[in-house]
Design a protein around this ligand. Structure first.
Ligand code: SF4
Ligand code: SF4
Length: 735
């Protein structure tokens, strides 16, 4: 065993410094990012929540298990890494002590551990077979963009599976050889060593293997050697997530990077509208270069496993746009690694480093956002940008990527930060957004319509709508502020929803008031288009109004307003209780204050399919109330689209895409409408004015082509409920 010890020490002496050097490089690269003190504070402030996240997401593999087959396979492989680490401790103890029968408890080992080690190794092998089969069934060569592995590094993925397999079989070679010695000694002396039959595979192998010191030595060296090669490979590959994922999850936004957009931050401090005149020249307004990302952003990039779950759900990718959240993160990661020698060099030595190094010079000069001029947009050519503008501006901020990512990568935050730089610093954005920004700045609404027209929706109602500052002095006099929103005030189809909700609240005897002309856009589109200062201006104005009129409880019919008021206005010093209208209406139905007319008394037989708005569903977890409301409608049968709830498909309007042309690939709203129509539903129910516009347009296009029945229509859940409460057929808009 002395020769084994020497060889073992030699291979460790070669491999560990290589691994250590790479680990140090990775640490330095990630640490070179901008500060993110909130992420550290988030962990220390909420240790319990952070620990729970580790347990649920890392050890419990919650997100992984959303996809049952690959999730279960990954569960076993992940646990194999943890449990088989104990076999490596045994192997190193055997190596250093030169005692191949080294035991934790001097003589005999704990059978439960031996069983677990063998069991998990077997399950891990089965997991590898499943992974291999999944990869064979989803080959990009055959499936093209439909494969979630399209664009992922395939060779290294197969090599990873191969190396894990090597870990398993060398473990059994080593342990089987040791078991053979244990069995031989037990037969000779009657004294049992080791795990015995508890380590069932090793024991069976021990029955077959000869009692041979050479075999033990070979098994031991191979087992340790494989691990060392794998370690170096992992540190240089996408399999880095083994080490990075727990950290990335630990420092992730609590509870998830959805809902509120990440605030604009420079050097770890928020940048507000009030700071504009005093900004120093180093201030970062968004992300304009790879080094502008925070260390958490760089950690995200290093953590991506290239699994493609995000890509498979992305509405942009699924409609032939160039944006894939996976490829976006991979592109940023590649750029960070390519630029690393420059970023990690002392400032005084950087120029010298570039001399004669064309590759590095090109990397340093490459703009973060710039045309790639190559259909392989995520593998930029010389002189092109890292991220194509078409990639950046295709995002609808639907959050499907963040929701699906098993290692909690925060794609939407990065996209918004890159948009911020393009808008605030470069003034380089799709020209259609000029109209949006102008409307918001001039008249406080994207349509650029007169604020005086904000109450037009209420004309003709047979009851008075209380307007704060006109018919009531403050919101103290009523239960709710009914936040109408720009679409609800100006867009004809959305106005019907506004009227329906007002009527329902009136019928239920729920007191409410509106801000009338005092309302201005929440700023959702401006923020997600990167125009943070327009957003902040609008938010400040609204918050002042809220404070003046003592607003505490808000109901909104717009998914975007709901999200912004609920999650983003806290930054401006106000805490509001905000509900979506489907939540409030559902509550009123449950309390018996609204009663849909029973079947046989005006019930209208029809099937309904519900489209989840991203900013109600994925961003805020509201899936049930709208469905419950539809289920109580007499005569209604609810059918689900294949992509529903968490896996719903965006209508195409989020992320300010509502205000941009959609010239690449299939229109997202058409893709979604085709799915809705395919359910055979008579009505498509929505809970957001943006969705309503997009799906109505999609439906009209389908109907014009004769691919959807003329009777199919898009209605808000509130309209359907109102019709039912009034005992009217819901096919005719009641308002
Ligand atoms: S937010 Fe939606 S559109 Fe944007 S990258 Fe993620 S999945 Fe794609
Ligand atoms: S970003 Fe997340 S979901 Fe997407 S490929 Fe990477 S690890 Fe998978």
């Amino acid at each position: 065993m002395t020769a084994v010890l020497i060889l073992g020490l030699v291979i460790n002496a070669i491999a560990l410094p290589i691994a250590g050097k790479r680990a140090l490089f990775l640490y330095r690269l990630i640490a070179s990012g901008q500060p993110a003190p909130d992420r550290i504070a988030g962990v220390t402030r909420r240790l319990g929540a952070a620990a729970k996240r580790q347990v649920v997401e890392v050890f419990g593999q919650r997100k992984m298990l959303k996809w049952t087959v690959p999730g279960t396979a990954h569960f076993f492989v992940m646990w194999a890494f943890l449990i088989l680490a104990t076999v490596y401790l045994e192997a190193y103890a055997a190596l250093i002590s030169r005692d191949p029968q080294w035991n934790w408890f001097v003589f005999n080992n704990w059978g439960v551990l031996g069983f677990l080690q063998d069991f998990i190794a077997v399950m891990c092998t089965l997991g590898l077979v499943v992974f291999w089969a999944i990869r064979l069934r989803n080959q990009p060569k055959q499936m093209g963009r439909k494969s979630r592995f399209f664009g992922s590094h395939l060779g290294p993925a197969y090599f990873t599976l191969f190396m894990i397999f090597n870990v398993v079989w060398t473990m059994f070679l080593f342990r089987g050889a040791v078991a053979a010695r244990d069995i031989a000694e037990a037969e000779a002396t009657g004294v049992e060593h080791g795990y015995g039959k508890a380590a069932f595979v090793s024991y069976l192998l021990g029955k077959v293997f000869p009692d041979s010191t050479a075999l033990i030595g070979v098994g031991l060296l191979l087992h340790i050697g494989v691990m060392l090669v794998f370690l170096i490979f992992v540190l240089n590959s996408k399999h880095l997530h083994i080490f990075m994922a727990p950290l990335n999850i630990l420092f992730g936004r609590e509870p998830v990077a959805l809902g509120a957009a990440k605030p604009l931050v420079s050097a770890g401090k928020p940048v507000t509208l009030d700071d504009i005149d005093d900004l120093d020249e180093d201030a970062k307004l968004g992300v304009g270069a790879i080094e502008d990302f925070t260390w958490k952003g760089l950690l995200d990039m290093a953590t991506c496993t290239e699994c493609g779950r995000c890509q498979s759900q992305c509405p942009a990718w699924n409609t032939e746009k160039p944006l894939s959240p996976k490829l976006l993160i991979m592109g940023l990661r590649d750029a960070a690694f390519a630029k690393a020698p420059y970023l990690l060099a002392d400032e005084g030595k950087r120029e010298a480093l570039l001399e004669g190094n064309d590759t590095l010079t090109k990397e340093v000069e490459r703009p973060l956002v710039g045309e790639t001029g190559d259909e392989w947009f995520y593998m930029p050519e010389d002189g092109s940008g890292v991220i194509d503008p078409d990639v950046l501006w295709s995002c609808v901020t639907c959050g499907a990527c963040v929701n699906q990512c098993p290692v909690d990568i925060e794609h939407v935050d990065h996209i918004i930060d890159m948009r911020r730089y393009q808008v605030l610093v470069e003034s380089n954005f799709p020209s259609e957004l000029n109209q949006l920004f102008r409307g918001l700045e001039n008249n406080g609404n994207p349509w650029n319509m007169s604020p005086n027209a904000r109450m037009d929706w209420a004309k003709g109602l047979d009851f008075e709508v209380k307007v704060v500052g006109e018919t009531i002095e403050s919101l103290d006099e009523v239960d709710w502020l009914f936040w109408v929103g720009c679409a609800g005030a100006y867009e004809d189809r959305a106005k019907k929803t506004t009227r329906a909700v007002a009527e329902l609240l009136h019928i239920a005897d729920v007191s409410f008031g509106v801000l009338g002309n005092g309302e201005t856009c929440t700023g959702d589109s401006a923020r997600r288009a990167g125009n943070e200062f327009v957003f902040q201006g609008l938010a400040q104005q609204n918050v002042e109004t809220f404070k003046e009129y003592k607003v505490k409880k808000v109901v909104s019919t717009c998914a975007h307003c709901f999200n912004t008021l609920k999650n983003e206005y806290k930054e401006f010093g106000i805490e509001l209780e905000v509900v979506h209208h489907t939540q409030l209406l559902n509550r009123l139905v449950r309390e018996g204050k609204l009663t849909p007319v029973r079947d046989g008394a005006g019930a209208h037989k029809r099937t309904i399919t519900y489209h989840d708005p991203c900013y109600i569903g994925r961003h805020n977890g509201v899936y049930t109330p709208p469905r419950e409301l539809l289920q109580v409608l007499p005569g209604a049968q609810v059918v689900e689209m294949e992509r529903n709830s968490e896996r719903s498909f965006c209508c195409g309007a989020g992320g300010a895409r509502m205000w941009m042309e959609e010239n690449i690939g299939e229109r997202i709203n058409v893709n979604r409408t085709v799915e809705a129509v395919a359910t055979g539903a008579d009505q498509i129910a929505v809970g957001c004015p943006f969705c309503r516009v997009m799906l109505s347009d999609g439906l009209t296009a389908q109907q014009d082509k004769g691919e959807a029945r003329a009777e199919v229509e898009v209605l808000d859940v509130a309209q359907m409920l109102l019709a039912s409460v009034k005992g009217e057929p819901a096919t005719t808009s009641p308002s």
